[in-house]
Design a protein around this ligand. Structure first.
Ligand SMILES: Cc1cc2nc3c(=O)[nH]c(=O)nc-3n(C[C@H](O)[C@H](O)[C@H](O)COP(=O)(O)OP(=O)(O)OC[C@H]3O[C@@H](n4cnc5c(N)ncnc54)[C@H](O)[C@@H]3O)c2cc1C
Length: 393
């Protein structure tokens, strides 16, 4: 099949870079287009935690060295409600940890692996249009150094996030879009201070959700439920810390530790899925195809799980000439995608205060939390979803 490259990958986030790495190791030619610069891509502060399936995948690809050296193992979640803490030991329930290893570290490892093997990522190179997806040779139109260029390929991987160009290239009526927008946002902060403990705490407080997590032994990551239209600059550091203390602190648990806030931002909360995740020669993965509210810590893991299905399907095509696995990509990936959506949406509904909640709804929320943290079935259900359903690597 004549083409300028075999697989054109749009987007150098974790999904695009992981796919490029896996295809490159299998000897498949690909070109990665990224509209941002290297600095932007390598330092974006986003997800922080890896499921065991994601850790196993990175190790199997020879990308586990820094992860094993600096990743922090978490064994428990502490749920705060009724004015006290309720620990769920997910390690004891499942045998698996959750690993704190920030998204920018994974991207750093993937970029280093690309550099070591002489594989180029085209930074500052936005894709502007994609044509011919239902033909034999799709065309990628892009801008490079101010000039309009094009490249032919066998397949396109749409790894370009929620605001990318690949999804709009699918003709109207081909995909079904599912979307749920939640009536609140998350104010997230990064603070240069050690976390109260090396465990993740979720608080379901009368004044709204709060969460305490971390990115490194001296770097805390905390979140507060806020209004969807709040701006980060409207929240002073003092207001943030006093609200975190009020919502998170309970007796017999280490108290919130205020410290210098080095970054703050407001994130919208939504659930979003397209179905199917493929059209013609285009295969969608990661945030380009699905978004979860961050309550379950699933976005990054879900993107990696997609690639663990898509990369072997593409490799199978080039090794054996069969499209069977590629044709089944969406159906296979979607099984996990929807289970992750279920968990993330359940966690979002369980832990936040919704406008206009009745006393009955609040009481149900409390009873679901009590069941989830206080019964073996509840604990196991939370634990196996949080540490992650199996990857299909
Ligand atoms: C503020 C924030 C906080 C988050 N926190 C968490 C968290 O705590 N836990 C969690 O699990 N997940 C979190 N997520 C989600 C997680 O970061 C994403 O699920 C993950 O980044 C998905 O990876 P991806 O590669 O699919 O998409 P992205 O990381 O979005 O990468 C897509 C890439 O495509 C590029 N691109 C877009 N359009 C074009 C174009 N036309 N041409 C070329 N390149 C293009 C973009 O510049 C980008 O680099 C968070 C997300 C955000 C935004």
């Amino acid at each position: 099949m004549s083409a300028d490259t075999q697989v054109a990958i749009v987007g150098a986030g974790p999904a695009g870079l992981l796919l490029s790495h896996m295809l490159g190791e299998a000897g498949i030619d690909c070109v990665v287009f990224e509209r941002g610069d290297r600095e932007h891509v390598g330092t974006r502060l986003r997800a922080g935690g890896l499921e065991h399936g994601a850790v196993d995948l990175l190790r199997s690809l020879g990308l586990g060295q820094r992860l094993d050296a600096i990743g922090l193992l978490v064994e428990r979640t502490d749920f705060r409600f009724d004015g006290r803490g309720h620990r769920v030991d997910f390690k004891a329930a499942t045998g698996h940890n959750f690993t704190i290893y920030p998204q920018y570290e994974i991207v750093t490892d993937l970029l280093a692996a690309h550099a070591a093997r002489g594989r180029e990522v085209k930074f500052n190179t936005p894709v502007t249009r994609i044509e011919g997806l239902d033909g034999e040779r799709p065309v990628i139109r892009y801008e490079e150094g101010g000039a309009a260029r094009q490249l032919n390929c066998d397949f396109v991987a749409g790894c370009d996030g929620y605001h990318g160009v690949c999804r709009p290239a699918i003709p109207a009526g081909v995909i079904r879009v599912y979307e749920e927008v939640y009536p609140f946002g998350w104010l997230g902060i990064l603070a240069q201070v050690a976390p109260p403990s090396l465990e993740v705490a979720y608080s379901c407080h009368d004044d709204g959700f709060a969460m305490s997590s971390f990115r490194a032994p001296e770097v805390s990551r905390l979140y507060l439920q806020c209004e969807s239209d709040d701006r980060a600059e409207d929240w002073s550091d003092d207001r943030i810390w006093s609200e975190l203390v009020r919502r998170l602190d309970v007796p017999e648990r280490p108290a919130v530790r205020p410290g210098p806030i080095v970054q703050k931002s407001v994130t919208a909360m939504k659930s979003f899925v397209i179905e199917p995740m493929q059209y013609g020669r285009l295969f969608m993965a990661g945030d380009a195809a699905h978004i979860v509210p961050p309550t379950g810590a699933k976005g990054l893991n879900s993107a990696m799980a997609d690639i663990s299905v898509l990369a072997p399907a593409l490799i199978d095509f080039y090794r054996r000439g069969s499209r069977a696995r590629l044709d089944g990509y969406s159906a296979q990936a979607m099984q996990r995608v929807w289970q992750v959506q279920r968990f993330a949406a359940d966690m979002c509904r369980l832990l936040h205060r919704f406008p206009g909640m009745s006393d009955f709804e609040r009481r149900m929320q409390r009873e679901r939390l009590a069941y989830m943290t206080g019964t073996p079935t509840g604990v196991l259900t939370y634990a196996e979803n949080f540490v992650g359903l199996p990857f299909d690597a």
